[in-house]
Design a protein around this ligand. Structure first.
Ligand SMILES: [Zn+2]
Length: 348
């Protein structure tokens, strides 16, 4: 099979839109708890691709949407969605609004633990807002946006890729700082990373939704293909806190941590491998480092030699560390937030 054939098959496959299928799974105290198919398309081999959400609703009030699985190899959000659903079902009396959970928007990606959309080699987070009259994937993207549009808040949960582990963090762009920062600091993450306007990616889900007025926060945490339950529980608490602030949740919420906030693009140092080899880290993720402190070594197993000691170029906080030991020249090994009293409230 060539990809050319696959593409043309998909383009000619009939796209079925709209009929929303619902199956009720629970009625007891929540007015609505149902799995809804938000969009369905035919696949070449007589199968269907369905993108679904779980709606939990008290029937009135505001709406929060939790999206995950845009990248099929990022699984951290699976546990968060499970845990939210479980917590709400346990205490439906605390729900005063609508919670829409989208565990797997890139369904085939999650099924096959593939980052992009399988068979298309396409990053789903580069095709938004999509097009109703576009090809299959553009059409799917347009229907996802349509479904999320109008939420009072949307949270798009990513894990890192398989190479890097991330401290729970929210990434926002300078251009949406005023709208999003007040919400981001309520989400119980450790870090809010404000990116410069020049790095904005207009084809992401978050950009597309923020652009049309649906506030969307992007969470990055953990590592690809794994679930870090500690981080999942932390973010669940943060989402419940946001729901409480929005008036959607009246249940108890544990104490929320105050995140470190990056103030300028220069605050973040990227450490790339100067040589190819095997990276052995020697500090814990989340450590506070002194300038010159050893982060790890790049070794050569063949010769039994150390190719390069990796040292911290500044005092700072190690919020990203390489999980995957093989490095090529240029591979990202770590990110460090420069330590200064302005951006770290915990340092007083
Ligand atoms: Zn991602």
């Amino acid at each position: 099979m060539t990809s050319e054939i696959q593409t043309s098959e998909f383009q000619t496959s009939e796209i079925q839109t709209s009929e929303i299928q619902t199956s009720e799974i629970q009625t007891s105290e929540i007015q609505t708890s149902e799995i809804q198919t938000i969009v369905s398309v035919n696949l070449p081999a007589d199968e269907k691709l369905n993108i679904k959400k779980h709606r939990l609703s008290s029937g009135e009030g505001r709406r929060i949407s939790i999206v995950t699985g845009i990248h099929g190899d990022e699984l951290e959000g699976q546990f968060v969605v499970y845990e939210l659903s479980r917590r709400i079902a346990e205490h439906p009396e605390f729900l005063h609004g609508t919670v829409d959970l989208y565990p797997a928007v890139n369904t085939m990606g999650i099924d096959s633990i593939t980052r992009g959309i399988p068979a298309f080699d396409l990053d789903m987070n580069r095709i938004f807002p999509g097009r109703y009259d576009g090809d299959m994937n553009e059409f799917l993207a347009s229907q996802i946006i349509d479904n999320l549009k109008g939420s009072d808040l949307c949270i798009d949960i990513h894990a890192s890729n398989i190479y890097l582990t991330e401290i729970p963090q929210i990434r926002i762009n300078e251009i949406t700082r005023d709208e999003l920062l007040p919400l981001a600091i309520l989400a119980n993450v450790d870090f809010v990373w404000i990116h410069g306007a020049s790095t904005v990616l207009e084809s992401t889900l978050a950009y597309s939704l923020n652009h049309i007025g649906t506030k969307t926060l992007v969470v990055e945490m953990g590592v690809g293909m794994r679930i870090t339950s500690e981080y999942g529980l932390q973010l669940t608490e943060g989402i419940l806190n946001l729901m409480r602030v929005l008036g959607i949740w009246s249940g108890p919420v544990n104490e929320i941590r105050t995140p470190v906030i990056s103030q300028a693009p220069d605050d973040v140092i990227f450490l790339n491998a100067p040589v190819s080899g095997i990276f052995m880290k020697s500090v814990r993720h989340g450590s506070h480092l002194k300038k010159g402190e050893k982060i790890g070594s790049i070794i050569n197993p063949m010769k039994g030699s150390v190719l390069q000691e990796v040292l911290s170029p500044a005092d700072g906080w190690l919020f990203t560390i390489r999980e995957y030991p093989v490095v090529s020249e240029g591979s990202l090994m770590a990110r460090i937030l420069r330590e200064n009293s302005k951006n770290d409230p915990r340092k007083g």
